[in-house]
Structures are given as C-alpha cells and as structure tokens.
Design a protein around this ligand. Structure first.
Ligand SMILES: Nc1ncnc2c1ncn2[C@@H]1O[C@H](COP(=O)(O)OP(=O)(O)OP(=O)(O)O)[C@@H](O)[C@H]1O
Ligand SMILES: [Mg+2]
Length: 253
C-alpha cells in the first residue's frame, strides 16, 4: 500500500535569472514522497537537485508549477520540515546541546521539554557525553551527527537532506549511513535525500529518482526491494549489486 504523499510536486520548473541570461535548472518535475517513505534524488552535478530541495524547504519559489507539503502549498520555511546540508553549519560559540536546542529557541519554545528532547537526540546519535563540548572539539562526523540531532529537534514530518555525508571520509560515511537508516526505521519520517553515491542511495532508499542532466527532470522512479535493516553484508548481495548496476547505467557514456 502506498501512503498519501507528504510531499508532492507538479510540473515544477525553475529558471534562474543571471547577468548572462536565464538558466533552466528544473523542467517539469513531478514527484512525490509518501508518508514515512525514504526517497533519494540521484543525478549528475548541476541537474537541479539542490534547487529542488530548496523549493521543498520554502527557501526558493518555483518559476512554474506547484509544490505542496502535507496538502498545503509551500510558501516559506515550515516547522514540519527539517533540513540538513553538506556542512552542518553549527554555531561555534554554542555548545553541542545549545546547537541542538537552537530550532526550539528560535520557535520560542522554552522549558524542560525541549532540553530533554535535545538530550535524547544526542543519545540517539551517540553524543551523550559531548553535550557540553563546543563544535570545534568534535570531528567532522561528530559535527554532522549534531546536525542530524538539530534537524530532528522539533520532530519534523519531512526531512530534506542535501548530501549530508559528502564531506566525510569513507568509513565515517558508511557508519553514518547505517545510523541514519536506524534512526529512520525508529521514527519512519518522510525523507528526501540527495547523494552522488549509488551504493548510499540503494542502501537507504525505498525509491531512487534518477534525474536527467540540466534542466533536470525525473527519468526513472526506481523501487529498491531489499528488506531492512540493510547492513554492510547487504552490499555483497546479488539484489544490491543488481540495483546498483541498474542505476549506474544511467551515468555511463
Ligand atoms: N542562485 C543561482 N543563480 C543562478 N544559477 C544557479 C543558482 N543556483 C543554482 N544555479 C544553477 O542551476 C543549476 C542547478 O543547480 P543545483 O545546485 O540545483 O544543482 P545540483 O544538482 O544540486 O548539483 P550538485 O550535484 O553539483 O550539487 C546549475 O546549473 C547551477 O549553475
Ligand atoms: Mg547540490
């Protein structure tokens, strides 16, 4: 059964106006992310993936077309949406705990509830003992974990993640990929995830949307039928290699 879509776009197009003319970044994108579904955008550099994410986050308005979250048109940043980018952009003068608390404080939420939730989330991402440290005292992977906790702090329904692990070394990246799967399986939030890594896409996704070169459109909606939880052992399974091979064919030649 497919649940009702939490995110839905129709004929979505974006053209950027620059001094050197107009750049068509997206052209007629139709996609949906169901309630509790993990969907990944895979596509060549410059095809409009980040643009699409910014539209969903309400940080950018479409040139044409329509985008809605939970049945309402997106018209600006929204508390039901959590975002994570390639760099976690933590505030260096705030402790880890205070960074995670930031979305609650921005929303005017005070009191013990927010602090308790932030501590639970630090527990969830394995940083219980680092609540009072400053970002500069953490490794890149640990900082990205703080970013994940902060993204979850206000319990958003939809997570938008733009290459959140791209800046990390391969081993940390694998570990965090599995950790994200674990967190997702616990909460089953809707996720729109961007990566350039085909194995990461197959490992995490219910569906992988393959995009064409700019102006981006969805050229394949590929369902990953591998049972969860997936693990490092999954990488060697025939179903995994077949899915990865299939997706890779889009980018050869
Ligand atoms: N603010 C902007 N002004 C003008 N052009 C832009 C702007 N942002 C993006 N573009 C152009 O729009 C296209 C899509 O950009 P976008 O960042 O969405 O691509 P992407 O798929 O996320 O690429 P990457 O995989 O490299 O992150 C690119 O050709 C880019 O040059
Ligand atoms: Mg991008």
């Amino acid at each position: 059964m497919t649940a009702a879509p939490l995110l839905r776009t129709r004929a979505l197009s974006v053209s950027y106006q620059t001094r050197r003319g107009s750049i068509d970044a997206l052209s007629g994108v139709d996609l949906s992310v169901g309630e509790g579904e993990f969907v990944t955008l895979l596509g060549p550099s410059g095809c409009g993936k980040s643009t699409l994410l910014k539209l969903a986050a309400g940080l950018l308005a479409p040139t044409r077309g329509h985008i809605e979250v939970a049945g309402a048109p997106v018209d600006g940043p929204n508390r039901d949406i959590g975002v994570a980018f390639q760099k976690p952009t933590l505030l260096p003068w705030r402790t880890v705990l205070d960074n995670v608390l930031l979305p609650s404080q921005t929303a005017g939420e005070r009191g013990d509830g927010a602090v308790r939730r932030a501590r639970d989330l630090l527990d969830l991402v394995g940083l219980r003992d680092f609540a009072d440290n400053y970002p500069r005292e953490l490794s890149g992977g640990m900082q990205q974990r703080v970013g994940l906790a902060r993204m979850l702090q206000r319990d958003p329904k939809l997570l938008l993640m733009d290459e959140p692990f791209a800046a990390l070394d391969a081993m940390t990246r694998e570990a965090l990929t599995l950790e994200l799967q674990r967190i997702w399986m616990r909460d089953r939030k809707s996720v729109l995830f961007i990566t350039h890594s085909i194995p990461e896409a197959v490992m995490l996704s219910d569906r992988v949307l393959v995009m064409s070169a700019r102006p981006g459109r969805v050229v394949e909606d590929f369902r990953v039928e591998i049972p969860r939880p997936r693990s490092m052992a999954t990488l060697a399974e025939p179903a995994f290699t077949a899915a990865a091979e299939h997706l890779r064919r889009h980018f050869i030649g």
